[in-house]
Design a protein around this ligand. Sequence first.
Ligand SMILES: *[C@@H]1O[C@H](CO)[C@@H](O)[C@H](O)[C@H]1NC(C)=O
Ligand SMILES: *[C@@H]1O[C@H](CO)[C@@H](O)[C@H](O)[C@H]1NC(C)=O
Ligand SMILES: *[C@@H]1O[C@H](CO)[C@@H](O)[C@H](O)[C@H]1NC(C)=O
Ligand SMILES: *[C@@H]1O[C@H](CO)[C@@H](O)[C@H](O)[C@H]1NC(C)=O
Ligand SMILES: *[C@@H]1O[C@H](CO)[C@@H](O)[C@H](O)[C@H]1NC(C)=O
Ligand SMILES: *[C@@H]1O[C@H](CO)[C@@H](O)[C@H](O)[C@H]1NC(C)=O
Ligand SMILES: *[C@@H]1O[C@H](CO)[C@@H](O)[C@H](O)[C@H]1NC(C)=O
Length: 924
Amino acid sequence: MGSRIWICLLLVSVQILLVAAQTNNDYIALFALKDVWQNAPPNWVGSDPCGSSWDGIRTLASVGLVGQLSGEIELLSELQALDLSYNKGLTGSLPPSIGKLKKLTNLILVGCGFSGPIPDTIGSLQQLRILSLNSNSFTGNIPPAIGNLSKLYWLDLADNKLEGPIPVSPGLDMLVNTKHFHFGKNNLSGEIPSKLFSSKMTLIHVLFESNSLWGSIPSTLGLVHTLEVLRLDRNLLIGPVPSNLNNLVHVQELFLSNNRLTGPLPNLTGMTLLNYVDMSNNTFDVSYFPPWFSTLKSLTTLMMESTQLQGSIPVTLFSLPQLQTVVLRTNQLNGTLDVGSSYSEQLRLIDLQNNLVVSIGDFAKIANGKIKIILARNPVCEETGVTEAYCTIQQPNSSYTTLPDNCTPVMCSSNQISSPHCRCAYPYHGTLFFRAPSFSDLGNSGIYTSLAESMMTFFRSHQLSVDSVYLSNPTKNADDYLVLSVEFFPYGEDRFNRTGISGIGFVFSNQTFKPNNVTFGPYFFIGDLYEYFAAAIGGSVLVLLSLLAGIYAFRQKRRAEIADKQNNPFASWEQNKRSGDVPHLKGARSFSFEELKKYANNFSEGNVIGAGGYGKVYRGALPTGQLVAVKRAQQGSMQGGHEFKTEIELLSRVHHKNVVSLLGFCFEKVEHMLVYEYIPNGTLKESLSGKTGIRLDWMRRLRIALGVARGLQYLHELANPPIIHRDIKSNNILLDERLNAKVSDFGLSKLMGDVEKGHVTTQVKGTMGYMDPEYYMTQQLTEKSDVYSFGVLMLELVTARQPIEKGKYIVREVKLKMDKTQVRYNLHDLLDPTILDLTLGGLDKFVDLAMKCVEDAGAERPTMGEVVNEIENIMRIAGLNPNADSASTSASHEVDSRGYNHPYSDDSLFVYSGAFPPSKLEPQ
Ligand SMILES: *[C@@H]1O[C@H](CO)[C@@H](O)[C@H](O)[C@H]1NC(C)=O
Ligand SMILES: *[C@@H]1O[C@H](CO)[C@@H](O)[C@H](O)[C@H]1NC(C)=O
Ligand SMILES: *[C@@H]1O[C@H](CO)[C@@H](O)[C@H](O)[C@H]1NC(C)=O
Ligand SMILES: *[C@@H]1O[C@H](CO)[C@@H](O)[C@H](O)[C@H]1NC(C)=O
Ligand SMILES: *[C@@H]1O[C@H](CO)[C@@H](O)[C@H](O)[C@H]1NC(C)=O
Ligand SMILES: *[C@@H]1O[C@H](CO)[C@@H](O)[C@H](O)[C@H]1NC(C)=O
Ligand SMILES: *[C@@H]1O[C@H](CO)[C@@H](O)[C@H](O)[C@H]1NC(C)=O
């Protein structure tokens, strides 16, 4: 009762702090915490923690917690289960006071950032059943006190930096009720203590792989009859394998590979449940291929690389009904490779590289390509002139992705993905690691279908609102784990709330979900950060959290004149800057003025590569040798300040081949600079006008159009939130050394973030000639405004004329001249003379598309996605592969001898910013 009051007080104190937070900007991040508390799974946390429904379970998986566990955690002494998995931002050490949470049954901290030693006090958590500390950075020894946890069922310490010996008496030998010892991927050393195992043990999984354990395998291991999975591979074990190993008749997966084991080849007779055997890379005595392999009826996989086998392979091996993979590389196996006539239906790979096989039976024909056979570096392949497929080294390819469920996948915007049920949603992504699967044929889709089905059945029976599961990309990693990418789609909504995410996370971290199929063996799951919560706090959730106890030790001394946000576009940054947190920009770094001055050769005139109303652009080189273009705003002028800020914020979030990359910026009192990747071939406008000497033939123009279209498609459909560029024109398209088009100059761009109706009402800005007439009139900006500008750009590509030239508007000119019944639509007079005499494959369709893009009504214009598809079509008509790289040879040699090839001349700030009609204005 006493502790219950504590929790109430504690929650009250959280509320108080949150109130404090609201009045003090330093605590803004804590709003998020309030949210977390409110969103904690209702069935696991009583809605009224002070009332009777409080069941003391706290799970906050994958919700983006950042901070450290405070020693005050001891106040939560009623807590029964604590799961903070998949919060990589949770760092620091586990406070020893965790030992005071006497009621804890589950302590699950999978895939966080914890470091330091595991405190001894963990031994006093007498109720503990599940202790999962895997995939952190814990150091030091395994505390012997863990042996006190007599109720422990699951002990997972894998994938940390633990060292020293496995502790016994006192130590882990006392854990007679524990089923799982998962200690792989640490730096444990010393011998595997023979005391660790006894007939009292009830272990089913012993996973010690990838450590530095040495000495010999203790014969006491043979006493643990319950064992099902044994991984001792990737250690420094020596000596003979104890002969009683084959007492372990329940073992299904056995890994002894990559040690220094000697003595006779282990005799596995009688271990009839074995599915997967890997004894590769040991120095066993030279022996004939043992006949008893052919008695292991369940065998799917036999890995015996470099194990001193000789003689021939008995044909009976291949008739084991489940057999999928036989790897016998680097032995002295000789004779003829013969699989007989009743070989396993499931057989996929026989790898006999580097043996003495002299011939191959004629089953190669029967097998019909289903079995990959590798006999490279065998006498049968060493004869000159042998060109058989089995003499080359090729692994079977095994790809899998969940197929859509009888529906057509839809195109989704921003970070949404089309679910297996073809609905757009924000999936929760994570990775499943299977530490000892019983199969090796990763290409068998039935396995994954059955896994996804068993997950869905589980989710339904546990009332988790998951609509569907998308599994993809199964691979084996260097540790021989099967790695499988998984995405969970929300049911009924387009995104999960915290309850949903933590619920799914817990199902895996607590191992509550068991694949209904034994084939998968022990697994763990690592969830990615999920940022799209229904109750949005905003982009990235930064919960500064000295967790749970709610004691916020961080206090920042904040004495600042808060700049007036209205007048100074950088005000919000200035504030952040003081707290050491210049904007949350992932891609771009902040440079100091002094640095950039050095890189750009003191901003000397010789380095100027462009100039405009905004200021000058200089060429520079980073210490890494990377060339950069530094755009420097005119000193003292805050003109363009908003543009400057917009551009940084946008560009640092977008990354696409056809969008210029922002590398960084300088943001000091009077200096505002942007640092871009250096694009050597200048703007499209210059190339079209012949200024750069680059010859733009029709093929190159098509590629440039495709590049720009893809860049825009990315901005409209994949960037989150979507971005409208607002100033697409040939002067803002840069060409790199392979003539890839890159969209640049985001000064006028707009986010579609909080827009509901698909448009934003803004002051009209843009460049004459390219601007969408509908946008002038309504002031409503949509993606279709960019489509219009792109249409104008397409006309520019075929005519090489500026949109408004000598008072004539290109769109109108083409409309007037165009006659679809004539060759080349009767546009000869308007076409760029330099391409006139080429075969202009697809020209008609190109002009058609351009005209669609410049339709008066935005609704009638295609989307950029549709534009991309159509240009790809046109390219195929013109005989080009739209997915090949741009100019197949470097174009830079075509730059003229004046070297005037990088002007970055920035006249983008000549913008129309006023009343309609624009025709009264001078063209640019
Ligand atoms: C979270 O989502 C689930 C399912 O969509 C819903 O039942 C539950 O009420 C939501 N919880 C909160 C706190 O919004
Ligand atoms: C836990 O184990 C240590 C040594 O392993 C022992 O000294 C200690 O008394 C034990 N504590 C409890 C609570 O059993
Ligand atoms: C392997 O063990 C079985 C049973 O324990 C025995 O019958 C057989 O002779 C052994 N084989 C070898 C090659 O030692
Ligand atoms: C055996 O050792 C070689 C060389 O280190 C390695 O490339 C190979 O993957 C190992 N084989 C197995 C099955 O682990
Ligand atoms: C295969 O190798 C064994 C052992 O080296 C040898 O006794 C046998 O004669 C060889 N067989 C063939 C067909 O070369
Ligand atoms: C287990 O997986 C295999 C895939 O090889 C499948 O054929 C079998 O039906 C699955 N078993 C169950 C119970 O789903
Ligand atoms: C966590 O897993 C354990 C052991 O599998 C199980 O007994 C327990 O019910 C699970 N906890 C919850 C809250 O599901």
